[in-house]
Design a protein around this ligand. Sequence first.
Ligand SMILES: [Zn+2]
Ligand SMILES: [Zn+2]
Length: 342
Amino acid sequence: MVTIDLSAAGAKKAATRLRDFLSAAGIDLKQTHAYEALARTLGYANWNTLQATLSTPGDSAEPKSAATMSVTFWGVRGSFPTPNHVIYGGNTSCVEIALGDTSLIFDAGTGIRFCGEAYLRRQTRSAVVLLSHCHWDHIIGLSFFAPIQTEGWRVRVLAGGLADRGGVGAILANAYAPGPTYPHPLKNWYAKDTTSYEDFEVGDVLTDVAPGVVIRTAALNHQNGATGYRIEAGGKSVCYVTDTEHVPGKPDQNVLGLIKDADLVIYNATFTDEEFPSKVGWGHSTWQEGVRLCKAANAKRLALFHHDPDHDDAFMARLEDEARNAWDGVIVARDSMVLDVN
Ligand SMILES: [Zn+2]
Ligand SMILES: [Zn+2]
């Protein structure tokens, strides 16, 4: 066991000892699997276990600087939850983007359950959920989002392009209709009197969702439609672009416009280019297309997201190596990962 003195005076010596310790253990932190090796060397089952031991996402004791945008991935899996994929994670889509005291939630997949627990601990008493669309993997967690089941919490749920199909409130009420498929219908949720369901047109610029935050929206290429988001605040920009299918050789102009010069792009990278020909029409894109779009749009970093349920941890590790070799701006999103955008 290595003992590290983190006092200011000991910091340099500690850093040197840590480097020597890692080197002696054969761990090169530049390598993709280094974190797994480090976790095992320290006696943990894997990196996720080590992370969970050290901290609970969403409970940071460190106040973030007002200029730091923070992104927490509560669920990164596409289409279907996969609890057997323990390293990259198995919860379906849910991402929290925070700037100072303001925090927005994107999608309500199974990951939103853990996000809701963090909200309850913070006692903010209000929450905003923006949906990319209403496919099951993006709404299945909404009923398990603690604030929406706690009397007195003010919850806003927003979605684009659904007004002429009855509106997001009616669509969700229908999904969570009274029996026989679900015992606790939306009309009985405990924060029902303080929850609003709000529609906007895809392409709208939303300026009244949170103070100091501008949210741009664009249509994505997906069955039944989906909305891509660009969140701008404090001089930083993060884009949430899922679910969407590309057309090979024809970069999606909507996506390019949305992600131009962005600091971070979270992108629907369900497949690889090699798999794509057999997946045309499924409504999803590839990590290689994400790289091409980010480079063309001068975006700084790309987080691969909405992973295929069939891509197990070994497959994802190979994919991560390949993608990072292709472009060092790539990050492969994992459940519980927190990224700061400075
Ligand atoms: Zn999806
Ligand atoms: Zn979808």
